[in-house]
Design a binder for this molecule. Structure first.
Ligand code: ATP
Ligand code: MG
Length: 183
């Protein structure tokens, strides 16, 4: 299973902020393809292919972390030419976010794939954006997300598989396997 830990930003307290983000994304047009509404997330640690047998230990290790909740305030929407995405960035992300990501990236049971990039928190809105001139990016009003939990997600590794969940446009959806509370 292809797995990653992420903030789903879907707590009840985040409903209004999330809806605003979804509306913003619907109004972007131009190059690239939008991330499905239900897939919007902030990746904390990308684990890659993990054998199913490792799942219980992975869940136990993440449950044992007992790390603090935090708030995240959006800063702007940027195009990153590598990896060709439009994404939301954050204003002074708290150290608790980096601490959480660092713990999840280095879980002894299945450490995240070594990533040459420094962890830069972001929410991808659109993929396949090659050039920031190709997209009209209105200002995103600042929104604060209360991050009280994170999730372990499965990403469909075979897009032709008929059993994977899809949105009404046929786009593959992530599956949340487990949610973990922050303190
Ligand atoms: P696809 O790759 O099929 O377009 P996707 O990018 O939505 O789909 P995944 O590639 O499984 O799905 O990625 C899941 C999450 O992990 C995304 O947020 C993605 O940006 C991130 N991710 C994927 N590969 C890596 C990697 N090697 N290092 C860090 N993060 C990654
Ligand atoms: Mg990918």
């Amino acid at each position: 299973m292809r797995l990653f830990f992420a903030l789903g930003l879907d707590e009840k307290a985040n409903q209004a902020a999330r809806e605003q983000l979804v509306r913003y994304n619907h109004h972007l047009y131009g190059e690239g393809r939008a991330v499905p509404d239900q897939n919007l997330h902030l990746t904390l640690a990308f684990l890659g292919e993990v054998p199913d047998t490792k799942l219980p230990a992975l869940q136990a290790a993440a449950s044992n972390l007992a790390l603090p909740a935090f708030n995240l305030t959006t800063s702007s929407v940027e195009v990153w030419e590598q990896p060709k995405i439009a994404c939301v960035t954050f204003n002074q992300p708290p150290s608790a976010l980096f601490e959480l990501a660092n713990h999840l990236q280095t879980l002894p049971v299945w450490p995240a794939k070594a990533d040459s990039h420094v962890f830069t928190p972001h929410i991808t809105l659109r993929r396949g954006v090659k050039d920031d001139d190709a997209l009209d990016l209105p200002t995103l009003p600042a929104q604060t997300f209360a991050c009280q939990r994170f999730g372990l997600y499965a990403s469909p590794s075979s897009t032709s598989d008929e059993s994977i969940p899809r949105d009404n446009e046929g786009r593959a959806l992530y599956q949340c396997l487990h949610q973990f509370s922050l303190c």
